[in-house]
Structures are given as structure tokens and as C-alpha cells.
Write a protein that binds this ligand. Structure first.
Ligand SMILES: *Cc1c(COP(=O)(O)O)cnc(C)c1O
Length: 375
């Protein structure tokens, strides 16, 4: 009996209830011709900085640019090193390289797969300028320890919060936990636009102003044709901002649904060969991704896909194994977990039945592989 197919992500179901509101946004933005920046962008920036518990938010074109713009605004460039975890989406490394600095790859904690102060400390050199703490899979890093280490060495701490909208560390939201934070609103993220969008969040007014200028052709504040800095074009547009403002009031509800779904997965998989990524007791993850570690991962994927369950890998190639890295460092946890990572479906509207189908398929696939003596 073939089980019902389960998609990896169902954006249509998430958006269904909001269609009438999206139609209003579209008409309003067109009526006001507020296409780039303008009141819709400003309104979302205010709502987003408030949500993150930070003083400023600057809407930008996407999450990769938001990391790069933070680094540029901090004057990080050629000759500087930026420490980042090796198991992150390639964008974290790209942003460092794009500003001319050198990414230095850190290993991660085995239980949470997040970078810690202990992983970072041995990599600090006189050239280190910043640390990027990636709140991978939706779970914030142990930011009190990372900030204390950064303070001792006078380093900036950038949160890559592209997967962690609404997550908290010791009760404080992602976005308020470092020097500045980067968010992506790529459609599949926990808060996603209808195209590319991103934001920089910070308490530092001067840093926010510099990011805004750099993202808008280096324009001087309030000026149109006076350019103080050599900048670029990476702005939030009115339609995306309107969509994001419409979705933001639902974010906590959606994140709660993800947490309930994740609890259900963990309950069903406990005691099996599938080991879920652990949640630190001080963290409240928003489970952007539902990652477990399994033996014989590639065979598991093949069998699960054959059964109609859409599963993925985040990420099949850690950044330090990218072809551009001449001498990859040996990172035991990242290297040892890469071939075991399996991302199971998770999204706010996933049903208990869908979770049961995914888990029973995974458990029987693991059984089957064991029975076949492949272990
Ligand atoms: C999605 C993502 C980014 C990049 O965001 P884009 O909006 O796609 O440019 C950066 N870092 C991480 C960890 C991400 O998941």
C-alpha cells in the first residue's frame, strides 16, 4: 500500500487564508505607486524591528546581501578574517567573500549542529574582524558565550538569522542577540515574501544608516543625487513589504505549529536510528528545517522518495568542502555528520496524519535496511 505523498513544504496551504488580504495589498501599493522603499517598506521595517526587539530594521534585496551589507558597513574587507560555521547555506560564505574578506570555517556542536564559542575561540587571529553566528535550522546559537568571547577580542558578532524568524535564546529574539542580524525573506523561510527580500536588524543607529545608504547607491540621507559612499542597489520593494506585513501577524502561530509538529516527530522517532537535532534548553527553535541524522542516508532518501515522501539534505556539501577552498580544514563534527543529515518535511499546516506517514515510512525504511544487513 503506497502511503499518501507528503510534500517537503506546502506554501499554498500556508497562504490560502490570507488571499483576500494579499489582494488588498496589491491594490494599495499600485494605487500609491509605492514600489521601491516608501511607506509600505517603512511600515514593515518598523514592525520587524519591534518584533525582533531591536531599534532599527533596514529592508534590503535578499538575505545574502543583508549579510554582506552588514560586513561592509562594519568596514570589513580585504585582509580581514570572518569566522563562520562550515555547515551553513553557502550564502554565509559568499557574503564574506563578496566583501573581500576571508571566511574561516569553524566546526560545530555535535548535538545541536550549531557553532559555539569553544569552536570559534581557537580560530581567532589578529586578522579576525567578526564572527557570524548562524542560527541553523531555526535554533539560535549560544549567544551569551559567543558575545562574551567577541567582547574579549573586540570582534563584531553578526547573526545569520535567515532560518530563525521568531526564535529566542534565553527569552530574547533572534535579531537582538549580536552587533547586527541578517534576515532572509526568501519565500520558503519561516517568514517569506513573494520573491526575494531581506533585512538588517540592529540597535546601532549609525550602522543602520550606513547599511541603508550602502543598499541605496550610497545616497546621503534624504538626498537623491548626492552619493557619500560607493554603494549598490539592494532595496526592499513595496509589494514584498506589503506581503511581509500581511504575514507577520501569523508568524508566531506558524512557528508554534512547527514546534508542535517537531515534537510529534521527535516523539515518534525516539528510540529509532533516526537522531533528531537536539534543542538546547535555553533556546526556542522555530524549526525552519526538521533535521535528523540517519545511517545509510542516501539509501534512506531513495526509499523515502520512492514512497512519495519529499526529503532533502541541508547541506550535502559543507562550505569548507567547496571547490574554492584550497586546503579544507578537518572539522570532525561537520565532516562526520554531513553524510547522515536528512531533512524531513515540516511546515505550519503539516497534519498529524502526514507526520505519521513520514515517520512510519522512515521507521520501516530503517528496518528494511537493517534487515537487509546493509548496516
Ligand atoms: C536563505 C539563507 C541565506 C540567504 O538568503 P537569501 O535571501 O536566499 O539570499 C543566508 N543564510 C542562511 C543560513 C540561509 O538559510
Amino acid at each position: 500500500m503506497a502511503p499518501t505523498p507528503v510534500p517537503f513544504l506546502d506554501l499554498g496551504a500556508t497562504h490560502a487564508d490570507l488571499l483576500p488580504e494579499f489582494n488588498v495589498v496589491w491594490k494599495d501599493v499600485v494605487a500609491d505607486s509605492a514600489f521601491i522603499g516608501g511607506e509600505y517598506a517603512a511600515r514593515f521595517e518598523d514592525a520587524w524591528s519591534t518584533y525582533c526587539g531591536a531599534a532599527h530594521a533596514v529592508g534590503v534585496g535578499n538575505g545574502t546581501d543583508s549579510i554582506e551589507l552588514i560586513l561592509r558597513a562594519l568596514d570589513i574587507g580585504p585582509g580581514d578574517e570572518v569566522i563562520i560555521p562550515a555547515n551553513t547555506f553557502i550564502a554565509t560564505a559568499e557574503a564574506v567573500v563578496a566583501c573581500g574578506a576571508m571566511p574561516v570555517y569553524a566546526d560545530v556542536d555535535a548535538a545541536t549542529l550549531l557553532v559555539t564559542a569553544a569552536d570559534i575561540e581557537p580560530l581567532i587571529t589578529p586578522r579576525t574582524a567578526a564572527i557570524i553566528a548562524v542560527h541553523l535550522y531555526g535554533q539560535p546559537c549560544r549567544m551569551d558565550e559567543i558575545n562574551a568571547l567577541a567582547d574579549r577580542h573586540r570582534l563584531a558578532v553578526v547573526e545569520d538569522a535567515a532560518q530563525a524568524h521568531g526564535a529566542t535564546w534565553q527569552g530574547r529574539p533572534a535579531g537582538s542577540l549580536g552587533t547586527a542580524a541578517s534576515f532572509s525573506f526568501y519565500p520558503g523561510k519561516n517568514l517569506g515574501a513573494f520573491g526575494d527580500a531581506g533585512a538588517v536588524v540592529t540597535d546601532d543607529a549609525a550602522l543602520a544608516a550606513r547599511v541603508r545608504s550602502l543598499s541605496n547607491h550610497g545616497r546621503a540621507d534624504g538626498e537623491h543625487v548626492i552619493h557619500d559612499l560607493m554603494g549598490r542597489n539592494s532595496r526592499l520593494d513595496g509589494l514584498q513589504a506589503g506581503v511581509l506585513s500581511t504575514k507577520l501577524p501569523q508568524l508566531d502561530r506558524w512557528n508554534d505549529a512547527r514546534r508542535r509538529a517537531r515534537d510529534h516527530f521527535v516523539e515518534r522517532l525516539t528510540g529509532s536510528a533516526a537522531i533528531p537535532v537536539a534543542e538546547h534548553p535555553d533556546a526556542r527553535s522555530v524549526w525552519h528545517l526538521n533535521v535528523v541524522q540517519v545511517p545509510q542516508r542516501d539509501e534512506v532518501i531513495e526509499l523515502m522518495r520512492a514512497a512519495g515522501i519529499d526529503v532533502r539534505i541541508h547541506y550535502p556539501q559543507p562550505c569548507h568542502r567547496h571547490p574554492s577552498v584550497a586546503t579544507p580544514p578537518t572539522l570532525p563534527v561537520v565532516d562526520g555528520s554531513t553524510d547522515r543529515l536528512l531533512s524531513l518535511p515540516i511546515f505550519p499546516t503539516i497534519t498529524g496524519d502526514q507526520i505519521e506517514v513520514v515517520c512510519s515510512t522512515l521507521l520501516s525504511v530503517l528496518d528494511e535496511l537493517e534487515v537487509d544487513g546493509h548496516r
